[in-house]
Design a protein around this ligand. Sequence first.
Ligand code: ADP
Ligand code: MG
Length: 696
Amino acid sequence: MPAGTEARSKVYLDMPVTYLKGVGPARAESLRRLGIITARDLLFHIPRRYEDASTISPIASLEPGMDGTIIGRVISKGIIPTRRGLRIFQAVLKDDSGMIEASWPGQPFLDRTIEKGDMMLLTGPVKFFHGRQLQPREYIHLGKDDQGVNGGRVLAVYPATEGLSFKVIRGVIDAHLDTLLPLLNEYLPADILSLADVPPLREAMRMVHRPVSIAEGNLGRSRLAFEELLFVHILHRRANALVREKRRGIAFENRRKLTSALKKALPFTLTNAQTGALREIVADMTSDRKMHRLLQGDVGSGKTIVALFAALLAMENGYQAAIMAPTELLAEQHARTIARLLAPLEIEPILVTASLSSAERKSAAVTLARAEPALVVGTHALIQEAAVFGKLGFVTIDEQHRFGVDQRAAIAAKGDSPDILLMSATPIPRSLALTLYGDLDVSTLDERPAGRQPISTVMRPESARERVLQFVARETEKGRQAYVVYPVIEESEKTDLKAATTMYEQLSAGPFAGRVVALIHGRVPADEREKIMRAFRDGKIDILVSTTVIEVGIDVANATVMLIEHPERFGLSQLHQLRGRVGRGAEASYCILLGDVGEEAAERLRIFTDTDDGFEIARADLRLRGMGNLFGQEQSGEATFRIADPIRDESLNLKARDSAELLLARDPELSSRENAGIRKIMGARYARALELFRVG
Ligand code: ADP
Ligand code: MG
């Protein structure tokens, strides 16, 4: 036993980290920011990746054209301005073999954190630029002493935070590992571990924190990733089982009255994908099981029509149907499209938003309170207390990721077990859908209606700026409209990014003088934002300068240009959403990515310019940047994975799904003694586990 009896009697896994030697109040506070409260959390804070000595090259051996990883000491440093106003941080690093210059364009703030004498680990391509130059893709600050990677040991690189370098974290974990490891007891059954082919907990933890090789570190990690995936599958399966047990839904009858009438009245025929999805939805709605389905499909794949058919099915059974959208503008847009499509059927949708006049609101409330068929389209206003539905049987939520779990539950609670259809324009691969939406059924529109104009997508360098802006101006002179998108609202010291506010001023004074230019971003109050978007929709604004707030499915047929600056700052799926804002009318449309980007970014962006397939783009995004970036801020709270990545760990994910099935088949409520450990750990980690299982 590495630890003395005395130490072990004091240390326990649920102990606050402040009690650990070497962790004072300041460090504890920084650790808290990383989600580390207890000694156990510290163990579960695992390295982001590993470097080992064999991957580190002597500086002298680096040649232009290769990709290198080095460790060196900073012997000089400084900020260099360029002609274009970009500021570059440069440092010269030295090891026993030689020296090399490293260069970070656009990151002058590094000058404040990197000091002369510091040891750094750098990885990146080596270029020739007045001599050899390394352009770090990644760097790790190793501090002042030079025991980065010694004697062939593997360097574990931990996620760090401001005021707490990965080195300090590594030191704290290393100092307590021998005391903490013996306290860990396995809670997964042996047959599950062997089915998944992952090491037991204590061994895995040792491998993760103190691997003898990178492969061993990754093997240890696989166990922890597996358990995360397993727990999420267990939660989903259990939730599903409970829903099936308790919640009977409405068994609609497929009367084919309104739905057939709509099919006849449509100016087009449904795609095969739409027909298929509709068949799945009708099967759900006509069974007495409650529908809880996600309809996912690329921008423009025609989700609204599918939802509309489902709504009519509810209505021909005497029920009310609701369509909820995240913004007033989208709700209005849906109401208008639907009114047009349903005009031959003499059905008029009721619009419910916060900006209705009190007379309008009253009239809508009276109609909805009656237990009569109606179709209502609205925003969050639909879930306000005052909104009462007489007979709500079907709900669809557009851009579902823009609503919180509570809001989705609130609209469902407006009826007596209505069928629910969620819609998402960010399609994801099946294995991820299984994990992320494990308690949903999924229908996918993987086909676009025929006859859509392709959008020409191009990348243009900084040197083409003037020509690009002239092109945009000319398009708007022809009567078209354009979007110009920036990654940030305001310029800041920390980056050299062009920002929406300053560029709005420059553009409207210079290249777009004489055109009507407007500015919109997240800090513009919501009602003002709606007003601007409305004016743009009505053609009163030629050019809209903005951040990604325009991302959501807004439909302006006359907009033909989407110009995006600093495209490297956006996820591919995000770019694809932005591109989906143009090409909605008959005119030829363009998506232009403007700016000089690094080689690696260019390669990533090429995936976007080369394909128009949202699935392919989402998959690439997941592969390259992980899950958090796919949905942006809103959804990330729901991504319960700290270690696993359902895409990269796909085969592990499938094993986790099978294991969850096996475990719950044996012990549906996890009430056996054998599963007491799982119950306890899940109860501590997931609030939902407390609702789904009797814990403790
Ligand atoms: P999204 O999936 O992005 O919400 P929409 O439902 O807004 O897509 O549909 C985009 C456009 O395509 C709409 O103008 C709609 O009327 C049209 N559309 C939908 N289905 C078809 C189809 N089968 N054939 C032709 N056009 C269609
Ligand atoms: Mg839509």
